[in-house]
Write a protein that binds this ligand. Structure first.
Ligand SMILES: Nc1nc2c(ncn2[C@@H]2O[C@H](COP(=O)(O)OP(=O)(O)OP(=O)(O)O)[C@@H](O)[C@H]2O)c(=O)[nH]1
Ligand SMILES: [Mg+2]
Length: 297
């Protein structure tokens, strides 16, 4: 019988390093939401990529940072769990920021792993000669198999990453049906698309205090999806901002999310958004479970 190869690759790194952008670039479509803000990704998101006949299961993770809230702890916990199961680890570093304390701490935690790779990302925005000292320092820090210089945004250097990772995948039956590009539950995926628009249109800190939960998806006779989502905010003032004057803000969020859903899925959809004041959403298990996060009591 022909040999098959399949394994997990954890994409980890500081928040805002470009992990989700890289994940989407690898998949050639949007699997994971992206924003210019830190702490965008809140849970692990898996996507399956075939490189020749080798199966690569990528796990995008929340950025690692110093956790303060319960949600933060669950996010960082999800990232570290992904690492412990991984056949290979791809550490993503924002080359503009270089080796920060967070990166240093992270490397200390993962340095025993046998398939350690690092991608210096955002090379489009820094000069080549600035990369060399960073690379030199990294080789002192751990036994990286390879240091890639990439731009996830400009699609530069991605092929090399894929080929090198494919080469270290263990011999194994396929762990996922090759047709399943992503095992993100649809409800979560839909919630994520809306949450991304909240990050896009609502400024400053507010998005971090907001949660989106897909409560129901119905399909009518014409195949049009009715998607009902609850946007949880912490107080009346936040609700006002999310809805906006005369509802314009919520409309902008809803329209953008609906377009995205339609584009990504090739379906027609109506998106029904309800904003609810739920001061305690961060302390409710249901808001963690859809996202696959562990709710620590
Ligand atoms: N210039 C440049 N910007 C990039 C590149 N890759 C990602 N970005 C930008 O960096 C920002 C953060 O990207 P994300 O992919 O959300 O980062 P992340 O590491 O997933 O962040 P968290 O989910 O918060 O941990 C976005 O504004 C991206 O457009 C790159 O190669 N070059
Ligand atoms: Mg992310």
């Amino acid at each position: 019988m022909r040999k098959t190869y399949s394994g997990y690759i954890a994409i980890i790194g500081s928040t805002n390093a470009g992990k989700s952008t890289l994940m989407n670039r690898i998949m050639e479509r949007k699997v994971s939401i992206v924003s210019h803000k830190v702490q965008t990704t809140r849970t692990r998101l898996r996507a399956v990529k075939m490189v020749g006949d080798r199966q690569l299961i990528f796990v995008d993770t929340p950025g690692v940072f110093k956790p303060a809230r319960r949600l933060d702890r669950a996010m960082v916990g999800a990232a570290m769990d992904a690492v412990s199961d991984a056949d290979a680890i791809l550490l993503v570093i924002d080359a503009k920021k270089g080796i920060t304390d967070t990166v240093r701490n992270l490397v200390a935690k993962i340095k025993g792993h046998k398939n350690l790779f690092v991608a210096l990302n955002k090379v489009d925005s820094i000069r080549k000669q600035e990369l060399l000292p960073i690379a030199a320092e990294l080789t002192q820090m751990a036994d990286f198999k390879e240091i890639f210089m990439i731009s996830a945004l400009k699609n530069d250097g991605i092929k090399q990453v894929l080929n090198s990772l494919a080469a270290v995948m263990p011999e194994s039956p396929y762990l996922f049906d090759a047709k399943d590009a992503s095992d993100v539950p649809d409800a979560l995926y839909l919630s994520e698309l809306t949450r991304e628009k909240i990050y896009r249109y609502i400024h400053q800190e507010l998005p971090y205090h907001i949660n989106v939960l897909t409560e129901r998806v119905e399909v009518d006779d014409e195949g049009i999806l009715d998607i009902y989502q609850k946007i949880s905010v912490q107080n009346e003032a936040h609700k006002k901002i999310v809805i906006g004057h005369g509802g314009v803000q919520l409309k902008q969020i809803g329209t953008a999310a609906r377009h995205d859903i339609q584009d990504q899925w090739g379906v027609n959809a109506r998106l029904h958004l309800f904003v609810r004041v739920e001061p305690d959403w961060e302390n409710k298990a249901e808001n963690y479970e859809e996202q696959g996060l562990v709710f620590n009591k």
